[in-house]
Design a protein around this ligand. Structure first.
Ligand code: CA
Length: 232
């Protein structure tokens, strides 16, 4: 699955953009401020960056663009700009952005442009293996075969358990509520209750042993998130 970073300070825009991109099959990490986004970029680059030009705080979109290019990064970048910011758009492109969209933009158009950029960048349509480490422990997902390996040993998960774990892992550090997980895993029509997810998580942890707790974190009153350092 291809990973996109979205740096966008407007909550409403960020929320619906992330949801739409996830629906389109991308893994998305969303940052509200330039500093946060930059820190994450320094830890590891995604396949593509969707970058709002005007951000609160010290680091603006243009700054992120130029820093990336200065350090020699080829990361495909799509800028988001407000209507009338022609000058900034031009500057953004000069600083190394690959494409831009003017707000309010069409989400379908954004997806089409992302796909075009990824094709041009020669990125393969999807990563078949994902691997993570936490404190020297390694978790590897084979997405084609739907198998998970912990320190080289296969973890015997059911299909549903695999999907829960893979969904969390494809969106590291992103909190998922029980309702959201339930809907994404079982579909919106599923007539179940939130605690079904707790049961899946409990089984996954049991099968992975004590070490699993370090990959899947329980967020009190909020749900779960996956934490681990993604290996490229
Ligand atoms: Ca903004």
């Amino acid at each position: 699955m291809q990973e996109i970073f979205l740096i966008e300070d407007e909550e409403k825009v960020g929320k619906i953009t992330r949801a739409f991109l996830e629906e389109a099959g991308f893994s998305v990490r969303w940052f509200l401020a330039g500093e946060e986004g930059w820190e994450a970029l320094e830890r590891g680059e995604p396949d593509l960056l969707v970058l709002d030009l005007r951000l609160p705080g010290k680091i603006q979109g243009e700054e992120i663009c130029s820093r990336l290019r200065e350090k020699g990064s080829n990361l495909p970048i799509i800028m988001l700009t407000a209507y009338g910011e022609e000058e900034e758009r031009v500057k953004g492109l000069q600083l190394g952005a690959d494409d831009y969209l003017v707000k309010p933009f069409s989400l379908r158009e954004l997806v089409a442009r992302i796909q075009a950029l990824l094709r041009r960048a020669g990125k393969t349509p999807r990563v078949k293996k994902l691997s993570f480490t936490v404190e020297g422990r390694e978790l590897v997902f084979d997405l084609d075969r739907q198998e998970v390996f912990l320190n080289g040993e296969k973890v015997d998960l059911t299909q549903i358990e695999f999907r829960v774990l893979a969904l969390l892992a494809q969106n590291p550090d992103r909190p998922f509520s029980r309702e959201e997980l339930l809907e994404k895993i079982h579909g919106p029509a599923y007539d179940g209750f939130d605690r079904v997810i707790d049961a899946h998580i409990k089984n996954i942890r049991k099968k992975m042993g004590l070490e699993a707790g370090q990959f899947i974190q329980t967020l009190y009153g909020r749900g779960y998130k996956f934490s681990g350092r993604k290996e490229k």
